[in-house]
Design a binder for this molecule. Sequence first.
Ligand SMILES: [Zn+2]
Length: 107
Amino acid sequence: MYCTRCGLQLRDDDRFCSRCGSRTAVGRVVTAYHPLMLDKRNKKIGGVCAGFARYFEADVTLIRVLWLALALTTGVGFLAYLAAWLIMPSDYGSAERMPVAPEPAVR
Ligand SMILES: [Zn+2]
């Protein structure tokens, strides 16, 4: 194993580089950080609800139901959806994702 910052050879169980102090893969805490992005893989319309579900680590169906309820009762949901759709970056082609074959168009 080599330090990703300075290239120093490290032992496989080293948590930090002894030269530069850079954290190694061993010491890295594995947390799934999900930036708020449109989830184009699990989308129904624009991927907004799926993106929020991923961000909050919530069930996408729950988010959709809540969002739809908000939209139908207040009307804010529609505008919020459009705004989020326009503002949120798309995760399509994001490098952190596993490569997936594009979904075939359903007709
Ligand atoms: Zn180093």
